[in-house]
Design a binder for this molecule. Structure first.
Ligand SMILES: [Zn+2]
Length: 202
């Protein structure tokens, strides 16, 4: 049985729209990343797919309803870069990311992202609170994101236009969360107010 790329639930048959999350089963559509005091939530359409909770120095990404672990996110900072790995349940790296912190107050943040199998390479550009773009190696826009209106920790509105199947449905949440956490290492240097503040759930 096929699974929906957006929410990961089994598709009863070939349908235009997933009966669980309401998105296209290929994973394109509108998502939300919402922060609260416990961590972060990942919604496909209006359906909660995954949650991320801090566990010592690691973030655990769990299935929203069964709470089984899907991925772990670990980061370290070195000389103006933040390197993050998304580990699968067997603790093997599935995706690695390197975030280059901005060289000046108005410079965008760039990140290089690749899956461990080498099948997908992407670049992320974060330029102010509304300009998050993820671009694949063909130059196509994979995802665009913007900070939600509202108080600290409100989250991101995300539109996936070209789903990367190797990152669906949980990996893309991990990539976006890694970006927020990389931003939080700039604590005290509030370079991108809209996105930076999202990394500190209130
Ligand atoms: Zn679905």
């Amino acid at each position: 049985m096929e699974s929906c790329s957006a929410c990961g639930l089994p598709l009863p048959n070939t349908s235009q729209t997933c009966p669980f999350c309401g998105l296209s089963p290929d994973g394109s559509g509108s998502y939300q990343l919402i922060g609260d005091k416990d961590g972060f939530h990942w919604l496909a359409g209006e359906t909660e797919v995954a949650i991320a909770v801090p566990l010592d120095d690691v973030w655990q990404i769990r299935h929203a309803s069964t709470h089984t672990s899907q991925f772990y996110l670990i980061s370290h900072q070195l000389e103006g870069k933040v390197s993050t790995a998304l580990l699968n349940r067997a603790l093997q790296p599935s995706t690695t990311m390197v975030f280059n912190l901005p060289s000046s107050k108005h410079a965008p943040v760039f990140a290089r992202i690749q899956t461990a199998d080498g099948r997908s390479r992407m670049a992320m550009k974060v330029d102010g609170p509304t300009g998050l773009h993820l671009i694949d190696s063909s130059g196509d826009v994979v995802l665009i994101g913007s900070a939600k209106n509202g108080p600290i920790g409100s989250g991101l509105d995300v539109l996936i236009v070209k789903p990367i199947q190797t990152l669906m449905p949980y990996g893309i949440f991990g990539v976006l969360l890694a970006m927020l956490l990389a931003q939080s290492t700039l604590e005290g240097r509030n370079i991108h107010p809209g996105i930076d503040t999202l990394s500190k759930p209130s």
